[in-house]
Design a protein around this ligand. Structure first.
Ligand SMILES: [Zn+2]
Length: 131
């Protein structure tokens, strides 16, 4: 879940939301607010940022970097799912379901396969960060 969480927070930052609270995570990932709260606390404990009580989570430098990597991972997985024939409207949801469980080894293979590809199936840019 950490991968998904970092990606969602990174995207929220990109959209201008620098502090991400449990409500936002709860509605974006469709999970209970209490679960979202616990996940954000754990993310802070893991060293990806700080959690300010009653406000929300702010990514630190490591968190931003990992968020960008998570985004690349998600979009590469989407490329694979497209090739496997998953329909467009399900690609993002399916990628979200598996992104936290993909091993480094599998990720390396997927990255190699789509090397040089600039956009995911939904037309979003695949970050150039090293995984
Ligand atoms: Zn996409």
């Amino acid at each position: 879940m950490e991968t998904t969480l970092l990606r969602v927070i990174y995207l929220a930052n990109e959209k201008g939301r620098k502090v991400v609270g449990p409500s936002y995570i709860s509605s974006t990932l469709r999970i209970p607010k209490s679960t979202a709260h616990k996940m954000l606390l754990k993310l802070a404990e893991s060293g990806f940022g700080v959690y300010i009580p009653k406000k929300g989570f702010i990514l630190n430098e490591i968190g931003v970097k990992e968020g960008l990597k998570a985004l690349k991972k998600h979009r590469l997985i989407e490329c694979l799912l497209e090739e496997l024939g998953i329909s467009y409207e399900h690609i993002c949801v399916e990628a979200t379901k598996i992104e936290s469980f993909v091993s480094q080894e599998l990720l390396r293979v997927i990255e190699e396969r789509y090397r040089g590809r600039r956009f995911c199936p939904c037309g979003k840019e695949i970050p150039e960060v090293e995984l």
